[in-house]
Write a protein that binds this ligand. Sequence first.
Ligand code: HAM
Length: 425
Amino acid sequence: MANYQTPRGTQDILPSQSRKWLQIETLIRSVCDVYGYEEIRTPMFEDTKVFKRENDSSDMVNKEMYTFSVHGEDSMTLRPEGTAGIIRSFVQHKMYGNADLPVKLYYMGEMFRYERPQKGRYRQFNQFGIENIGVKSPMIDAEIIALGYSIVKGLGLQSVKVLINTLGDEQSRSTYREVLKDHFKDHLPELCEDCKRRYEINPLRLLDCKVDHDLECMKTAPSLEQSLNEESKEYFRQVLGALDALEIPYEIDARLVRGLDYYTHTVFEVVSTHPESGTQATVFGGGRYDNLVEYFGGPQMSGVGFGMGLERLLILAEAEQVPLEERPALDAYVMALGNVGSKPLELATEIRAAGYRCEFNAVPRSLKAQFKSVDRFRTKVAVIVGETELQQGMVNIKDIKNQTQITVPFEQVIDTLDRILGGEE
Ligand code: HAM
């Protein structure tokens, strides 16, 4: 017999978990709502060129994409992240022409990366993200960090910290690229193959290498700070000032460059400090991008955003023992004794129409077995339909908590439930 399993790096979200997902998604949507972000849904796959842009040196683009071509058509790629598709859409639909900038978008959905799976790192994962496009202001960088932070805090996570850095503007970055090239040129033979490639395309990404991380030349690499021009320094000072004013604690991490190529100015990652968070501790990360809109054919316009892994939020909620929603107790269970035909189904339908969660017994079973179901569902009220009562147009209603039982006509079932269930809240 074939043994069918989820593909490596993917998981089923089972009913026992789905309420927790819903709770997190509801929290996210409500925070986005008060911050004035509107949802955008873009395709799960795009033309490969949307993600694989010229001179991209990131692992995500070069090693982790699910790329395919069907019937000889253009190469397509399952989205590894949200930002590129959103900016493609922003330009395609000329959202840059909106009278009110910035355009504030959020998205939630599956992303796909061919990574080595481990706890908190999957090949299919769910990401919530926001993009704030069209206005360049340090206040907005701080605002979106505040948005993400309030979701994490709103969920009840305590052990998180914000790591932040600046990559500076284009001029600062290009100065730094030269400084780095100069520093690493004598160390090239020591570097891994990827780093040799990064050296040519984007030396900044050398600092993000997991393989060469501990090399002496990595540790002695000059920091970006010295290459920042005054404008970039001032921009960063203002971001930090705003975070101070909002009382969001942060740490400046001069080595933070992030795994994607498009960032300029502010970059940040919010990480868990909980001992059980594991190696995949980044809850959300993002930053500003000055050149993406233009790359996709729009005007020169800056944007800023972040992506947040929902699986990681759940893992951290569990590690910190934040109570998340379980399946709620059942309001009513309609039991059937003897030959009562479709009456239990009819009553259940009526009870459900009144807004109560209700189950009914559909196959002949002993009274004992039915009461076991009542227990398992943590039922509040049992509605018992018996043959004799049915003939009299009556039904027994048992309040499980108080263990009291009354007999009422069919027409009074809902009123009786209202009284019992309404009274207990
Ligand atoms: P990213 O850092 O690649 O950024 O991903 C953002 C978040 O997605 C991570 O912090 C993590 O929580 C989650 N994540 C990433 N890969 C995986 C994985 N394999 N398994 C589980 N969770 C994962 C971006 O994607 C950028 N688009 C963020 C951004 C938006 N920057 C500007 N705007």
